[in-house]
Ligand binder design. Structure first.
Ligand SMILES: [Zn+2]
Length: 99
């Protein structure tokens, strides 16, 4: 789980960049912020999965009406350094481990 300060910071960063958040599917504007980080493992080959490579950390909003899921990159939001501690706790394998 995220701490309240991190949640507020993320929501503020999203609100700063998007004037009106609207679901692209049902066009409603009620979302739920999913409490936690998503970390996608970027793969060079779709036939096998390798852990410890490139990672894409993000946060997720879910449309309360239709369930559409939107992901927002922490890096693009400018929050990677601030959330480094959270990244380390959600990702036990880091690219540096392979060095
Ligand atoms: Zn929707």
């Amino acid at each position: 789980m995220m701490n309240e300060e991190n949640k507020k910071e993320i929501i503020a960063a999203i609100n700063q960049r998007i004037i009106k958040l609207e679901c692209p599917i049902c066009h409603r504007s009620e979302y739920t912020f999913l409490d936690g980080y998503f970390v996608d493992a970027v793969q060079d080959n779709y036939r096998s999965m390798t852990l410890g490579g490139r990672m894409l950390p993000s946060v997720v909003l879910v449309c309360n009406h239709c369930g559409h899921i939107d992901k927002f990159s922490l890096g693009v939001l400018g929050l990677m350094a601030i959330h480094e501690e959270a990244k380390n706790t959600t990702n036990n394998v880091s690219p540096e481990d392979n060095a």
